[in-house]
Design a protein around this ligand. Structure first.
Ligand SMILES: *Cc1c(COP(=O)(O)O)cnc(C)c1O
Length: 397
């Protein structure tokens, strides 16, 4: 039996719109923020340090530097890596623009590497052919939450003397070979935007085991200013500070970090819920020939930031755009992650052209992101599955 699609006047699968991702804030989170508002520090206070320690401990890294957002964190990492005019930095094509913009902020040149069509992560076999004498660093992205094969990235990077900045904005709580993502790269960045694994409203962090990188990042976060007597060239008195580098004001607030610290108590529960939902999705969609469900490597235990399906368009009577619009009409908040970065007009103006990364471009034509967040109810999950089945049944060849 074929049901009438909502877009054709039928009854939508659900009455209210289900967004593709959202935060989970409870009373305790709210109270933790209110406490800070009543206290002495709104911006840099005890909660920034406590949150950084909690994040570093959780992933097993020595140091963490929290900043105002994940993009600032990537900028800070590129700065600490010493990226400057003329340097080339390798980055995957299938990612959010921030993964490449941070290279441009430092005057470097993003060199896009195509993706592995199975995992959608950077194709490790295509990295070495892109390395030149100017290559300084690599920014692998744990797309959807699945870790890149970091041991292989580490091997190539050591051979060619590259600094690894892992963009793990999707992967806080994800595991690689049984360990939390965040200790293999020289610097690993996480984002705390509301759709990410935990939230501080806006926020980001870089974790590292390297003291020198840590010190550079701490300077960069507040204008390049220091009060450390060992670093000062002169010392005029107790009020005295000096600006040593051109940093920024990328500070995160105690208000945000109190929320982040309380969210940390729930990270494992959040990740567990995401994994349960993905299991249900995979079971339902593996039976549908028109859909390719996410492939997960043996070494990965993803925290699943997003759930991306690929459509087998040869078996459908319509385009991806139609499936997308029809699902929206059913009140299922689908999304799309991402247009390959270099296809944005800004990057085209810089000289990048279509055809650069064919696998990423192909995936872009076939992919859809389905709703996934820990607070989804069983009913929400059922609605998504029903809606996808309804739509695929309708458009099946
Ligand atoms: C979210 C995200 C970032 C950082 O984003 P902010 O909104 O600045 O915290 C960076 N890279 C990727 C892949 C992301 O998804």
């Amino acid at each position: 039996m074929e049901e009438i699609l909502a877009i054709n006047g039928g009854k939508p699968i659900r009455e209210t719109f289900l967004s593709y991702g959202r935060q989970w804030i409870d009373e305790e989170d709210i109270n933790s923020v209110v406490e800070v508002l009543k206290g002495d520090y709104l911006t840099t206070g005890p909660y920034v340090k406590a949150f950084e320690e909690a994040v570093a401990n959780y992933v097993g890294a020595k140091y963490a530097v929290a900043v105002s957002n994940g993009t600032a964190a990537l900028h800070m990492a590129c700065y600490a890596a010493g990226i400057s005019e003329g340097d080339e930095v390798l980055v995957t094509a299938m990612t959010f623009v921030a993964s490449a913009n941070c290279i441009l902020y430092c005057g470097g040149k993003p060199v896009f590497v195509d993706i592995d069509p199975k995992t959608y992560n950077i194709d490790i076999n295509k990295i070495e052919e892109k390395i030149t004498s100017k290559t300084k660093a690599i920014i692998p992205v744990d797309f959807t939450g699945q870790s890149v094969d970091m041991d292989r990235i580490r091997k190539i990077s050591d051979k060619h003397n590259l600094i690894i900045i892992e963009d793990a904005a999707h992967a806080f709580g994800s595991e690689y070979k049984g360990k939390k993502v965040g200790t293999i790269a020289d610097m690993t960045e996480f984002s705390f935007h509301p759709v990410k694994p935990i939230t501080t409203g806006e926020g980001g962090v870089v974790v590292t085991n390297d003291e020198e990188l840590y010190n550079k990042m701490m300077l960069f976060r507040t204008h390049g200013i220091t009060r450390d007597s060992e670093l000062l060239s002169e010392n005029h008195g107790p009020w005295y500070y000096e600006q040593l580098e051109l940093g920024y004001n990328y500070r995160i607030t105690d208000i945000q970090c109190a929320l982040g610290l309380n969210q940390m108590k729930k990270i494992d529960m959040f990740v567990e819920k995401r994994r349960e939902i993905v299991k249900k999705y995979n079971e339902a969609f593996n039976e549908i020939d028109e859909i390719v469900t996410p492939f997960e490597e043996e070494f990965s235990n993803s925290g699943w930031h997003i759930y991306v399906i690929k459509l087998n368009l040869d078996k459908l009577k319509c385009s991806r755009k139609e499936i997308f619009e029809v699902l929206i009409a059913e009140n299922i908040g689908v999304n799309l992650h991402y247009l390959p970065v270099y296809l944005h007009p800004y990057y085209k103006k810089l000289g990048y052209e279509k055809g650069l990364c064919p696998e990423a471009e192909r995936l872009y034509e076939e992919m859809i992101t389905l709703p996934l967040f820990p607070k989804m109810t069983n009913e929400d999950v059922k609605n998504v599955i029903e809606a996808v089945k309804k739509v695929i049944n309708y458009y099946r060849k």
